[in-house]
Every structure is written in structure tokens, then in C-alpha cells.
Ligand binder design. Structure first.
Ligand code: NAP
Length: 264
């Protein structure tokens, strides 16, 4: 009898371990120091995700970590240095011990009607090169483990060009089309991987501080709640806030003469 009990002890540990591994959920938010990413990291942590948070501003990552109710990991990262950022993401996944969900939120936007190359380069480096580099790490990881959820924060601006910042809209069009392409790839190959394209309208964050002409704006927290809902429902696409679907429709279908009349 004693022998049987002794034999059962490792099994008990084994079950506890398996149970923990099965129920733990791991999420990484790229660009979690402020705005939408910061709020989303808090919501994911509240819903018991083990969260990895990244960004350039280390002090903001540390202060966020103190606010998170569940276990979290911090990685300072500049996505405009894509090769280094890729290695840092791989290390972060290793440290955390898994990845089920990644939110590629880091982005920069400049008003740029004068086509200033320094601004354009920053937007391309972060929104296009950085995005693609980190997406490749995450998608390949998900393909290998045969599951995962990839969320990219694009913009309503992805739907049509605009004089206000032609490059910003173009970078976000890239982000949305990239995700479209990846979705067809994982569907074709039969992987249970979800790709969610988030297209926000105006959100009150550092990015839009002082910006004129905003309408239908919501707080970063409200935006993050709606993004979380899209994550839970495994949506392919979501406008944030939801009512921006009307603007989305107009941006897609208005003929140029009418779009140019409405749009100033
Ligand atoms: N606010 C809006 O109205 C709106 C509308 C449509 C789409 N979006 C998109 O939503 C996303 C979040 O923006 P937000 O409005 O929340 O603005 P935000 O408060 O300025 O947040 C931007 C986040 O991106 C990170 N980031 C920027 N450059 C980075 C870099 N080189 N390396 C690593 N991280 C970087 C920032 O972290 P660090 O500065 O610490 O690096 C910060 O955490 C962006 O992709 C943006 O394009 C926003």
C-alpha cells in the first residue's frame, strides 16, 4: 500500500503541473507603455492572462507592471530596430514559457502634408518594418505550436488615402492587407490560428493629443474593452468604436467626387 502511495506522489505533481500549464494563458502586448496598449494589457491581466509588456519607455513599463494584477514580464524594445526586436520577442516568449495571444499595437503617426521624409521614415520603420518583423516571429511560433491568436492594430485610415498624412494611411493599409494575406495562408494550411484586424477611428491617446477635428472619439480604456471583446469572439475584423463602421463604409464606397466634398 505504502509503495502504491509513493508511486502516486509524482503523478499528483505531474497532474498539478499539467493543470497549470493547460489553464495558463499567455499574451504579449507590443507597445504597452501608453494609450490603447497600456489599457489592453491591464484588461488582459484582469482576465488572468500572464502578460508580456513591451515598449521603449522603461519607466512606464515598470509602473504598468506594478498595476497588473496577474504575473507579468517586461521587455524594453524599439521595434524600429527589427532584427534586435525579433530576438527580444523570441526571448520574451521563452521567458514567459508560452504565447497564445499577441497584440501588435506599437505605432507612430505624424500629420505630414508636407511629405517630410524623416517623419515618413519613422512611420515606415515602426508601422511597416517593425510590424512585419514581429508578426513573422509570432506567426511562425503559432504555426509551429498549431494554435494562436494574432491581433494587429491598424486604423480606419487603412481604407483610403488622405492628404493629412498619406504615409500613415498607407502604412496602415499595409498592416490590414498583410493580415488579410496571413489569414488566407493559415486558413489554407488548416491551422487554427485567428487573425484579428482592428481598425480604430479616433481614440483619446498621446497620439491624438491636441489634434483638431476629431469626432466620435472614445477613451483608450473604452477602445481596449472593445478590442478585448473582439479577441474573445475571435473576430476577423473590428471597427473601434463600433459606430465607425459607418465611416468605414463611406471610406470604402463613396465616389471620389463625393469623398473629396465631404472630406476637407
Ligand atoms: N489614437 C488613435 O486615434 C488611433 C487611431 C487609429 C489607430 N491607432 C493605432 O493604435 C495604436 C496605438 O496607438 P495609441 O493611440 O495608443 O498611441 P500611443 O499612446 O502613442 O501609443 C503608441 C504605443 O506604441 C509604442 N511605440 C511607438 N514607437 C515605438 C517603437 N519604435 N518601438 C516600440 N514601441 C513603440 C509606444 O511605446 P514607446 O513610446 O514607449 O516606445 C506606445 O506604447 C497605433 O498603432 C496607432 O497607429 C490609433
Amino acid at each position: 500500500m505504502k509503495k502504491i502511495l509513493l508511486l502516486c506522489i509524482p503523478l499528483l505533481f505531474c497532474n498539478t503541473y499539467t493543470h497549470t500549464r493547460k489553464t495558463d494563458r499567455y499574451a504579449i502586448v507590443i507597445g504597452a507603455t501608453s494609450g490603447i496598449g497600456r489599457e489592453l494589457a491591464k484588461i488582459l491581466s484582469k482576465h488572468k492572462y500572464i502578460v508580456g509588456i513591451t515598449g521603449r519607455r522603461a519607466a512606464l513599463l515598470t509602473s504598468l507592471q506594478k498595476e497588473l494584477p496577474a504575473k507579468s514580464y517586461v521587455q524594453t524594445m524599439d521595434v524600429a530596430q527589427p532584427e534586435k526586436a525579433m530576438r527580444q520577442l523570441e526571448n520574451l516568449i521563452d521567458q514567459m514559457g508560452g504565447l497564445d495571444l499577441i497584440v501588435l499595437n506599437a505605432g507612430v503617426a505624424f500629420v505630414d502634408p508636407e511629405l517630410d521624409w524623416q517623419k515618413e521614415k519613422q512611420m515606415i520603420d515602426v508601422n511597416v518594418s517593425g510590424f512585419t518583423a514581429l508578426a513573422s516571429v509570432a506567426i511562425n511560433y503559432f504555426i509551429k505550436q498549431e494554435h494562436g491568436h494574432f491581433v494587429g492594430i491598424s486604423s480606419i485610415g487603412a481604407l483610403r488615402g488622405h492628404w493629412y498624412s498619406p504615409v500613415y494611411n498607407a502604412t496602415k493599409a499595409y498592416v490590414s492587407l498583410f493580415m488579410d494575406g496571413i489569414r488566407t495562408k493559415v486558413n489554407k494550411d488548416g491551422y487554427p490560428i485567428t487573425i484579428t484586424d482592428i481598425q480604430p477611428g479616433f481614440i483619446e491617446t498621446e497620439m491624438t493629443q491636441g489634434q483638431q477635428g476629431m469626432f466620435w472619439q472614445v477613451s483608450a480604456h473604452e477602445a481596449a474593452e472593445q478590442i478585448y471583446a473582439a479577441i474573445v469572439s475571435k473576430s476577423d475584423h473590428a471597427y473601434v468604436a463600433k459606430k465607425w463602421r459607418v465611416v468605414g463604409w463611406a471610406m470604402k464606397y463613396l465616389p471620389d467626387w463625393l469623398y473629396n466634398l465631404v472630406d476637407c
